[in-house]
Design a protein around this ligand. Structure first.
Ligand code: MN
Length: 148
């Protein structure tokens, strides 16, 4: 306790002081990153940002977010491959993964679910309904016993 350099939690850790859950957003578009982070922060969610798939997979393994928002069109590894890699980690077997994508083609939704995503939100997002959609997926996790 004496040193202050080996605290069990990062100083920005605020469970019970307004932060409801931690959400990892894997997205390469700065405007989407800004808008969705702004909306989630305004409601008390902590947002972790990754701008490409490998960084997102590494962050998820290290920081164990409560939910992952996943863009499908990413540089390098696409979102489907990212979802498959996330699901390969037993620690994230029950973590909601919500695809956020502007793909409108029939079949993309199925492809996202086959890769392990548990939900699908189309871009451009609607700020009036986006938070409710995210909260539904967070509660889905709670009902399976994973949340505290
Ligand atoms: Mn993208």
């Amino acid at each position: 306790m004496g040193q202050g350099q080996h605290l069990p939690f990062h100083p920005s850790f605020h469970w019970g002081c307004g932060v409801k859950a931690t959400i990892l957003y894997i997205e390469d578009n700065e405007q989407n990153l800004y808008l969705i982070t702004f909306l989630l922060n305004a409601k008390g969610y902590k947002v972790l940002q990754a701008r490409e798939g490998l960084a997102g997979i590494e962050m998820a393994a290290r920081l164990r977010p409560d939910l992952i928002l996943l863009d499908i069109q990413l540089p390098g590894m696409d979102g489907y491959t990212v979802a498959l890699n996330l699901r390969a980690n037993p620690d994230m077997a029950n973590t909601p993964i919500v695809a956020v994508t502007s793909y409108a083609m029939a079949g993309d939704r199925e492809k996202a679910f086959e890769a392990g995503c548990t939900g699908y939100i189309e871009k451009p997002i609607n700020p009036d309904t986006f938070l409710a959609q995210v909260e539904e997926h967070l509660q889905g996790r709670a009902s399976t016993g994973g949340a505290r």
